[in-house]
Design a protein around this ligand. Structure first.
Ligand code: ADP
Ligand code: MG
Length: 151
């Protein structure tokens, strides 16, 4: 649906920021790619665009979930399911509520098995030389919503 060359980390952050402006409550973004592909960096750019450039965005590797609550507008849930052993654990974390009401950014989304929402945006990062390449694909109204997206 859309592809981007990301020559350096700044470009990954910029793609996250550009995407931030297209999101609304109930959106689920599956961040795909190997360890080190740049999933957390993309989430960082996105969250900083919404919550301020100074905000810390740690990787939720150990906490599994980091939530960001604005004074208005939807919360953002940044989730890293690498360490999840059973999909049911994600439900215990309250993820289904986030899918309904928040913006959900999910690293290692396939750990969710049957609980991964079908109505989602898939954002896949791959290594390309020293940089990365991003491809975005989603059903429903995602193609229309992402029209003209640029870094
Ligand atoms: P992941 O969450 O997918 O494991 P991270 O976001 O932690 O990956 O990023 C891993 C490393 O890749 C970081 O050092 C980050 O700065 C770097 N990185 C992110 N995007 C790019 C890019 N477009 N080009 C080069 N390095 C990048
Ligand atoms: Mg990560």
């Amino acid at each position: 649906m859309a592809e981007f060359d990301l020559p350096d980390e700044a470009a990954t952050l910029a793609l996250g920021a550009a995407l931030a402006r297209r999101l609304r409550a109930g959106d689920v973004v599956a961040l795909r790619g190997d360890l080190g592909a740049g999933k957390t960096a993309l989430a960082r750019g996105l969250i900083r665009a919404l919550f301020g450039a100074a905000i810390e965005v740690p990787s939720p590797t150990f906490t599994l979930v980091q939530t960001y609550d604005p004074p208005d507008g939807p919360a953002v849930w940044h989730v890293d399911l690498y360490r999840l052993e059973q999909p049911e654990e994600a439900i215990e974390l309250g993820l289904e509520d986030a899918f309904a009401d928040a913006v959900s950014l999910i690293e290692w989304p396939d750990r969710l098995g049957p609980y991964l929402p079908a109505r989602r945006l898939d954002l896949t990062l791959t290594h390309a030389g020293d940089g990365r390449r991003a491809s975005l694909a989603g059903g429903g109204d995602w193609p229309a919503r992402l029209k003209g997206l640029s870094l």
